[in-house]
Every structure is written in C-alpha cells, then in structure tokens.
Design a protein around this ligand. Structure first.
Ligand SMILES: *Cc1c(COP(=O)(O)O)cnc(C)c1O
Length: 465
C-alpha cells in the first residue's frame, strides 16, 4: 500500500502539468485546494484497497474536471422543451433581447435609480413605474417590491397588524414551496378569521365574522387549483361594498395578474387588474414574472391612501426591489402601452398567444432543416400534437393546443432524458406515451442548432453503449 501511496504525484509536478488556462483564470490557492481534495480522495481509495496503481494522467484529468467546474456557471441556458411557458424551476418569464440590450446600457453605467434629474438630488426608486402602472390598471397609486410574497406581507403588516383578517376557507391556499396563506398571516402579525366552507362561502359569512377587531377583508386568487361543482363564492362588488360600509380595506392577492385580457386564448379568463379595481378592490398585488412576463417583482396597485401607508412601513426597506428587476419591469410596462406590440415583444405573451398552426410551422421548419441528421439517429421521429401549459403555479387547467417532435425507439427513454440534461446546453423534455416529447411552443428559433446537436449526441451516444 505504501508503495502505491508513493506513486501519487507531487503538487508542484501536477501544477506544472496543468493546462495554462487554469493558472491564468484561478488564483493558485484555489488550484491547490482542488488538488488537495483530489489527492485526499485518492489516498482514501488506496487505503481502502480500491486502487492498486496510480496513473498520473488520470489524476490530472480528474483535477482538470474539478477545476473546470470552478469556472462553470451553475445558472445556465437550458432548452425548455416541456411546453410549460412560465416554468418556475426554469426561471419563469423569459426576457426579450431588446429588454436586455436596454439593461446592458443602463446597468453597465450609472443610472437614475434614486436620482431626480430635475431637482439634482435624491429621487425615489418607486417613482419610475408608478405612473405607468396607474395608467395601465386605472389605479390611483402603485408600489413595487421584491416579489408578490413580499407584497402580501407588506400589505398585511401595514394595514392589519394585530387585527383580524377575514378570508374564505375556499381561498386558504398554498402556492409553490413554503408560501401558505395561514403562515404568511402569522408572520405579518395578523389573525386569520376563516369563513364559509371549502366549496361555499356567502356574503353573510363575511358579515357575521366582522367584529371591532376586523382590520381587512382578503381575497386570494386560487390560481393553482379549482373547486368545481357545488360551489359559491362572493363577488368583488359585494365584498367591496361591505368593506366600504365598515371602513376597512379590501385587498386581493391576485397571484398571476393580467394587465391585458387574454380573451383570445381559450380557457385563460384571468381577471384583468383594471376590472378588479373597477369592481371595488382597494388594493391588488400580483407577480412581475408570471403572466406579466417581466422580472421578479411584487406589484401593488390601488387606493392612494393605502399605498401611502405602505410606503411608510419600515419593512419596505427590507423588501425593496433591486435595480435590475426594476429596469426590466419598466421596460416591459412601456411595451404594454400598445397591446399588439406587447404580444410581439414580450416572450411570455408571444408564446402564450402562439397559435397551434404557428407552432406546427415552427416544428416543421426544424424537421425540414434537420431531416438528414434526424434520419441518422436511428429512432423514429414524428411531428405530433401536444398540449402546452401556462405554468408558474397558474392555471394548471388551461390547455394550450400545441405541436412538437416525438422520438420513439428501443433505447431506454429515461436514460435518454437524463443524458439530455447532461448536455452543455441541457434539454428539458417530457416522456409521454412511450416517446420523448419536445414541445416547440417553448423552443426558440435560435436554439434549433443546439437542439439538433443535443438530440444527435445523446441518441448516437446511447447506441454505442
Ligand atoms: C405566485 C403567487 C404568489 C407568490 O408570488 P411570487 O412573486 O412568486 O412571490 C402569491 N400569491 C398567489 C395567489 C400566487 O399565485
């Protein structure tokens, strides 16, 4: 064993044998740490009797692998072939290249984040998008924070701290990981008063729950599930009227939140923000990176007297939106001033509005351009109808008819799917009906060459095994 341990190369020799690149891009202490870790592993293996010869080349290759990982980003481009437009695990809303070129210009220089050019002094970061939001939603005032979860906490804590908040049992939701309305209430210092039952809540349930301790009526948009059948909920008009009568705020957490209506997309009848305002909701909050298609942000719109109180809450400093998100949000909102352009320029909106025929045209173009490569892979390929989803925890019941490429064959599909994720540009695809599915609604034209390279690499590689 000692004989084998003596074969382990010296650190200085290893450093000499490493490609120049790593010495240029990494400080020597990071390289030495990696070498130490690798050699320690090697020693352990030798002591356990698992290795009986040290091959210097192999040792070097392992170290090079580890060094390469230090220089590789963990957040990287993936091809989303799942057909889920707002994929929370894949970064939710995709940003347009136009927006990014504006971002590059403003963020690689100083900017007016908190500077008032007219006064020549301190300005407010919240002022940049307030006017736009008010015009687009018909609200009196607006405020943006870090995300919608932060918006919910800020509103509850400002307006109903130490008070009771009335909510229908049918709206006691959990959204994604770890955002549960009852827990958020507690964290914001509010006491939840549940009314009604899971499937039915009436106006008198709210009326009977009102006490001197009531601080707010809350409505939560149940965007990620639906209760069907024998149901009843109270409309916004009636809740608005009730809250005005007892002079407390009526707040709705809308979740996804649509500035434009999506009438042309079957099943996507999300309430529009301006309709909710008109119906008498005092404050509404929604996400920046769901249906809006912008950056992570929590947008709050509504009555000025309430927004003014939110702006004074000390918590706002901890929940504030960062400059990158704010710049993306402003750019996106500017585009919303023309609905047609918004649908063209905001990737989330374009993908949602893409017709079945347009997706069919896209996948056909891909197949025609890559026919030769596809014939070589020795799996059967076809263009087939598929169903895309909106995603983002929103509207799981909405089905967007789509098209895509399927691959069928004798190869193990699970292994192929895993191999697709290991590519330089990983491909996230689905297995359905004993074939691999690539939904083309969420695949971009500029990804075609990476997609065909990936498919070729994985399928040909698998045949060799
Ligand atoms: C998604 C969602 C949230 C959380 O929004 P984030 O922007 O992800 O923080 C809160 N409430 C509802 C109803 C939602 O759908």
């Amino acid at each position: 064993m000692n004989e084998i341990l003596r074969q382990i190369p010296k650190i200085d020799l290893i450093i000499e044998l490493l490609p120049e690149k790593y010495l240029e891009q990494l400080d020597i202490q990071h390289i030495k740490t990696v070498i130490d870790e690798n050699l320690n592993d090697l020693r352990t293996q030798i002591v356990k009797g698992k290795i009986n010869e040290v091959v210097v080349n192999e040792v070097i290759l392992n170290i090079v692998d580890s060094l390469e990982r230090l220089l590789t980003h963990n957040i990287k481009h993936v091809i989303n072939a799942s057909g889920i437009v707002l994929h929370t695990n894949l970064g939710r809303a995709v940003l347009s290249k136009q927006t990014l070129s504006y971002l590059e210009e403003t963020m690689s220089h100083y900017n007016t984040l908190e500077y008032d050019l007219i006064k020549g002094g301190r300005g407010s970061r919240y002022a940049h998008v307030e006017g736009l939001l008010c015009r687009l939603t018909n609200a009196e005032a607006a405020l943006v924070v870090n995300n919608n979860a932060a918006a919910v906490i800020l509103v509850l804590n400002t307006l109903a701290n130490d008070k009771e908040v009335i909510l229908s049992r049918g709206e006691l939701v959990e959204i994604g990981g770890s955002f549960r309305i009852p827990d958020v209430m507690k964290a914001s210092g509010c006491k939840l008063v549940e009314v009604g039952t899971t499937n039915k809540t009436h106006l008198y349930d709210y009326e009977n729950a009102i006490s001197s301790e009531t601080g707010m009526i809350l409505k939560v948009h149940t965007s990620n599930y639906q209760i069907l059948g024998f149901t009843h909920s109270v409309d916004r008009e009636s809740l608005g009227e009730l809250s005005r009568k007892i002079e407390i705020p009526f707040y709705e957490d809308l979740g996804s939140g649509a500035i434009i209506n999506f009438d042309t997309i079957e099943g996507l009848q999300e309430p529009c923000i301006s309709e909710c305002i008109r119906a008498g909701v005092d404050l509404i909050s929604f996400s920046g990176d769901k249906l809006l298609g912008a950056s992570q942000a929590g947008i709050i719109v509504g009555k000025k007297k309430y927004i003014d109180l939110l702006k004074k809450n000390q918590l706002l400093r901890a929940l504030r939106i960062d400059k990158l998100s704010l710049a993306v949000l402003e750019d996106t909102l500017i585009k919303y001033q023309n609905k047609q352009n918004a649908i063209l320029d905001i990737p989330t909106l374009s993908m949602l509005h893409m017709s079945e025929d347009a997706v069919y045209e896209k996948v056909t173009r891909f197949v025609k351009a890559n026919q030769y490569a596809l014939q070589k892979i020795n799996m059967r390929y076809a263009i087939e109808p598929m169903v895309s989803q909106v995603g983002g925890g929103a509207l799981p019941l909405v089905e967007l008819p789509s098209y895509g490429l399927t691959l069928k064959g004798d190869l193990n599909l699970n292994n192929l799917q895993i191999a697709m994720r290991k590519l330089n540009v990983p491909i996230i695809c689905k297995i359905d009906n004993e074939s691999i599915h690539f939904d083309f609604r969420t695949i971009f034209d500029d990804e075609f060459s990476m997609l065909i390279d990936g498919i070729t690499t994985v399928t040909l590689g698998a045949q060799l095994e």
